[in-house]
Design a protein around this ligand. Sequence first.
Ligand code: ADP
Ligand code: MG
Ligand code: MG
Length: 208
Amino acid sequence: MDVALATAWLRAVAESVDADADELTKLDSAIGDGDHGVNLRRGFTAVAALLDGTAFTSVGDVFVRAGGTLISKVGGASGPLYGSAFRAVGKALPPGPAVTPADLVTALRAGLDAVSALGGAVPGDKTIVDAYRPAVMAFGEAVAGGAALPEAAAGAARAAGDGARATVSLTARKGRASYLGERSAGHQDPGATSTWLIFQALADVTAP
Ligand code: ADP
Ligand code: MG
Ligand code: MG
């Protein structure tokens, strides 16, 4: 992955979040406060503006700066969580204009660790973790098996989608949805759904 691809990924996330903002907000209306789509649209619009105005020489810097933008622009829980994840991804990457799929495996794991450390969620709590963790695992397994980035990204997107859909039956134990207790079951988690969009965007921009 080079700077151009990292930038293209985040722009694709911004487009996808914008296109699906209503759907994300609808999911959040069912079990939260109905602002997830608006939150992420605001955040990734600011990320796209950052990318427009900055010349990057390091892939890691793209993610560190994008993460900082999400933290400062998104008020909801998802801003600090995604912001910390992207910052951790960026910081875990070696400096320079291009990184390998193996570097990305390490970095995506660091992103997952950051989300877990900040939010305290474990698998099954009906959160971002339920899509992010299977995506990172699929990505890591694919790369370990010799897959190139497009194939690894496609596998990660599929795993994130499966993880997000599997949140429907779960009872939320973190975030606003946990206030509903068992009434949160029967609805797909908004954050797990946006994590799926993020990995799908990587699959889309790397697809041959
Ligand atoms: P808010 O809940 O502050 O309105 P958003 O609506 O933007 O923030 O984001 C809600 C999403 O954040 C949830 O669907 C869930 O996936 C995720 N989330 C909330 N708390 C946590 C947590 N502690 N760990 C991981 N993800 C979380
Ligand atoms: Mg919300
Ligand atoms: Mg909110």
